[in-house]
Design a binder for this molecule. Sequence first.
Ligand SMILES: *[C@@H]1O[C@H](CO)[C@@H](O)[C@H](O)[C@H]1NC(C)=O
Ligand SMILES: *[C@@H]1O[C@H](CO)[C@@H](O)[C@H](O)[C@H]1NC(C)=O
Ligand SMILES: *[C@@H]1O[C@H](CO)[C@@H](O)[C@H](O)[C@H]1NC(C)=O
Ligand SMILES: *[C@@H]1O[C@H](CO)[C@@H](O)[C@H](O)[C@H]1NC(C)=O
Ligand SMILES: *[C@@H]1O[C@H](CO)[C@@H](O)[C@H](O)[C@H]1NC(C)=O
Ligand SMILES: *[C@@H]1O[C@H](CO)[C@@H](O)[C@H](O)[C@H]1NC(C)=O
Ligand SMILES: *[C@@H]1O[C@H](CO)[C@@H](O)[C@H](O)[C@H]1NC(C)=O
Ligand SMILES: *[C@@H]1O[C@H](CO)[C@@H](O)[C@H](O)[C@H]1NC(C)=O
Length: 364
Amino acid sequence: MLSFIASTLIAGIIVTSSVCAATPVNPSEATSCLANSSCGPIPGNDGIYSNLATNEPPWPGNMTGPVLNTTFGSPEPDDLLFQNLLAAEWIIFSFYQQGVETFNHSAFVDSGFPPETYERIREIRDNEAGHLRIFQNQISSNSIKPGPCQYSFGFYDAQSFLALQTVIEVGSMAFLTGLELQAQNNASKGALMAVAQTETRHNTWSLISNWRVDPFAGPVDTFYPYADQILQSTNEWVIDGSCPRENPPYPYPQQALIPLAIDKNRTPTILPGSSLSVTSQKSYQGTLFGNDTDYYAVFLHGLSNTTQPFHAHNLSTTVPVQFEQKGVFAMVIATEKSAPTRESVIAGPLILLELPLQVGFQVA
Ligand SMILES: *[C@@H]1O[C@H](CO)[C@@H](O)[C@H](O)[C@H]1NC(C)=O
Ligand SMILES: *[C@@H]1O[C@H](CO)[C@@H](O)[C@H](O)[C@H]1NC(C)=O
Ligand SMILES: *[C@@H]1O[C@H](CO)[C@@H](O)[C@H](O)[C@H]1NC(C)=O
Ligand SMILES: *[C@@H]1O[C@H](CO)[C@@H](O)[C@H](O)[C@H]1NC(C)=O
Ligand SMILES: *[C@@H]1O[C@H](CO)[C@@H](O)[C@H](O)[C@H]1NC(C)=O
Ligand SMILES: *[C@@H]1O[C@H](CO)[C@@H](O)[C@H](O)[C@H]1NC(C)=O
Ligand SMILES: *[C@@H]1O[C@H](CO)[C@@H](O)[C@H](O)[C@H]1NC(C)=O
Ligand SMILES: *[C@@H]1O[C@H](CO)[C@@H](O)[C@H](O)[C@H]1NC(C)=O
C-alpha cells in the first residue's frame, strides 16, 4: 500500500473539471442571489448540501467567477480570513466534483472499495458546496468573494483519488485549526471549529471504510499555527493563470516559501526514527539551502514540536523518534530552532500521516 499510495502523488494527469463549462440558466438572477446571504439554499437547513443525488455541481459550486463587493467600505475583521478559506474551499469542492464526474459506482467497487463509496463521495461533495456557501456568507459585502480557478489533482483511478482524498482532508483539518488563531469574531471561531469537525468526519469515514485502518490519531490532532502556509502549499493544484482576474491573491499575505515533497527514492518509510529526504518540486533544489547557514527541520505533532538538524547538502533529516507513531506530523524547514515565528519558516510545510500500515502521504 505504501508504494501504491506514494506513487499516486507524483502523477501528472490533468483532469479538467466541467464546473467551468456549465451553461448559465439565468446568470444575472443567480449572480445577484450569490451576493445575498439570505438568498438560495441555507447550509444546515436545505438538503442539497447533504444529499443532492446528481452529478452536476450543486449551487453555489455551479457558479463561476468571483462575487464582487456590492458596497464600498473597510473590510470586516474576518473578511481576509474567509477570502483565503473560500479560495481553499474551491480547491476542495472541485476535487470532489471532479471525482463525482470522473468516476461512478462501479469504479470504486471494481477497485475493491465498499459499495457505498461513490455515494459517500457525492455526499461529501455536497457538504463542500455547503462550505462554499458558508464562507461566501462570512465575507462582508465590502469585500470580493473569490471564484473558482481550474485545478489539476493528478489522480488517475479510484484508488489514487481516495489516497488524495485522505491527504486533502488531513490538510484541511490542520489548516482549519490554525486559522482559529486569526479569527476576530466569536462567530467565526465557532464556524471554523464546526467545519473542521465535518472535515474530520470525512477523513474518519475514509480511513475506516476505504483503507480499513484504525482511524484514531492519539489524544490530540496536530496544531500548526501558521495556517496560511498550508494554504499556500495547496497552490500546487491550481493551474497557473486559471484564476478569475478579480480574485484576491491566494493566500494573502504570502511568503516566499519553498514547496517541499518527499524524495520517495530516498525515503522508504516516514516512521519515527527514519531518515526523511525531500526534494523541492519547483526550481529551488540544491540552490537555496546554502552550506554556511544552519537550517532546522521542525516537526510538529499534537501540541508539541521538536527540532532536528536539516542537512542542506543532501536535503535530509530524521523523523523524530520520540513522537507517537500516529496521526499527522507537520514538517517545516526553519532558520531558527522550533520555528518560533512565521517568518522563521522558509520551506514547507510537509504534512505527513502516520498510519499503522506505514502509509506515507504528503500534501502538495
Ligand atoms: C446554479 O444552480 C442554481 C440553483 O439550482 C441555478 O439557479 C443557477 O442558474 C445555476 N447556475 C448555473 C451557472 O448553471
Ligand atoms: C435577499 O434574499 C432574500 C431571500 O430571497 C430576499 O427576501 C431579499 O429581498 C434579498 N435582498 C436583496 C437586497 O436583494
Ligand atoms: C468595491 O471595492 C472597491 C475597492 O475598495 C471599490 O473601488 C468599489 O467602489 C467597491 N464597489 C462598490 C459597488 O462599492
Ligand atoms: C462506469 O464507468 C465505466 C467507465 O466509464 C463504464 O464502462 C460503466 O458502464 C459505468 N458503470 C455504470 C454503472 O454506469
Ligand atoms: C467573545 O466571547 C467572549 C466570551 O463570551 C466575550 O467576552 C467577548 O466579548 C466576545 N468577543 C466578541 C468580539 O464578541
Ligand atoms: C554544499 O556543499 C556540497 C558538498 O560540499 C556541494 O556539493 C554543494 O554544491 C554546496 N551547496 C551550496 C548551495 O553551496
Ligand atoms: C545526509 O548527510 C548527513 C551528514 O551530514 C548524514 O548523516 C545522512 O545520512 C545523509 N543522509 C542521506 C539520506 O544521504
Ligand atoms: C514550538 O514549541 C516552542 C516551545 O513551546 C514554541 O515557542 C514554538 O512557538 C513552537 N513552534 C511552533 C511552530 O508552533
